[in-house]
Ligand binder design. Sequence first.
Ligand SMILES: NC(=O)c1ccc[n+]([C@@H]2O[C@H](COP(=O)([O-])OP(=O)(O)OC[C@H]3O[C@@H](n4cnc5c(N)ncnc54)[C@H](OP(=O)(O)O)[C@@H]3O)[C@@H](O)[C@H]2O)c1
Length: 342
Amino acid sequence: MAIPKRMQAFVLKAYGGPELASLQEVPVPEPAPRQLLVRVHAAGLNPVDFKTRRGDLRVVQRYPLPVVLGNELAGEVVACGAQVRRYNVGDRIFARVDKSRMGAFAEFAIVEEDHAAAMPATLDFATAAAVPLAGLTALQALRDELHLASGQRIFISGGAGGVGTFALQIARHLGAQVATSASPRGEALVRQLGADTVVDYTRERPADVLSGYDGAFDLIGGDSLEQAFAIVRPGASVVSVAGMPEPQTASKDLGRGLGLQALFWAASFSLRRLASKYGVRYRFLFMHASGEELSELARLIDGGELKVIVDSVYPFERVAEAMARLEAGHAKGKIVVTMADK
Ligand SMILES: NC(=O)c1ccc[n+]([C@@H]2O[C@H](COP(=O)([O-])OP(=O)(O)OC[C@H]3O[C@@H](n4cnc5c(N)ncnc54)[C@H](OP(=O)(O)O)[C@@H]3O)[C@@H](O)[C@H]2O)c1
């Protein structure tokens, strides 16, 4: 296809409220030697999109503004950098895009070759776009951080959301028994995805009814995270993606130096003190893009072992509405925007 010079994109012009992001015409980016230019057919939404817009993550990632928002996509390769080896024009790929650039809420986007994976053969673009960020987060937390093993019992808070719907199934795939928290709006879904025990967090505190678990994966933060320390047995780990970053988040996940480590050390002090009172390890994970791990998820999806739960699909023109639905915090599975065929 002929690649146009300009495209529609959802652009953030200043940090703050929803009115600061809008659809605009911007230049189509050009791929560097190890990058792909992808015609985006669909892009998934994640809380990081509105947190970025609000400026919540500026201490970790500061973008030169204006910047095109959006962190994951599914689409078709339309151009390859000179050193790209694994992909060709016409390939259907999905990816979590590089977090230092973003850019998935656009008609065209740049994807690092190493961050891309061939799209699952059994999925359409809209469903595939829902996978990368949440799916990789769940895999990395459960397998690489919690080292979840067959027969163990895990507590996953917020099982009905974007990350939770992947985490419940991956935990079951790893052979674990799963307890989760969900409101009555999400109960049928989390049970369908394999939750053995469901605590209605609107009626009771998970820590009042669960104990002795081998690990916890927290998707909610705050009081929900603090309860997780009481739910796991001494010596177990609690991994959060929604609580307060700790020093390892800076060094291991972000590759940053002593300045950010010290900041996170101070910010997580009371949480780490609580964890040590319970004899529990606390870790805050920042997920990373990985084409290789995304291929593993694609295999699970095509093998029928991992279902992708899509809450709703909006046309790209209504991306602001889709963001508002996500920000309201009640999505069941993932929210996606789709670009019109041209
Ligand atoms: N650090 C990282 O690398 C990373 C990566 C991915 C995500 N995250 C973070 O992880 C968090 C979850 O992301 P997500 O995509 O799963 O969010 P999401 O899809 O917006 O989660 C929404 C779901 O959470 C449920 N929920 C709300 N409060 C709850 C509570 N107190 N207990 C149990 N469930 C509750 C809602 O159910 P009801 O409406 O029925 O209550 C809704 O179904 C976000 O803070 C996100 O920023 C971090």
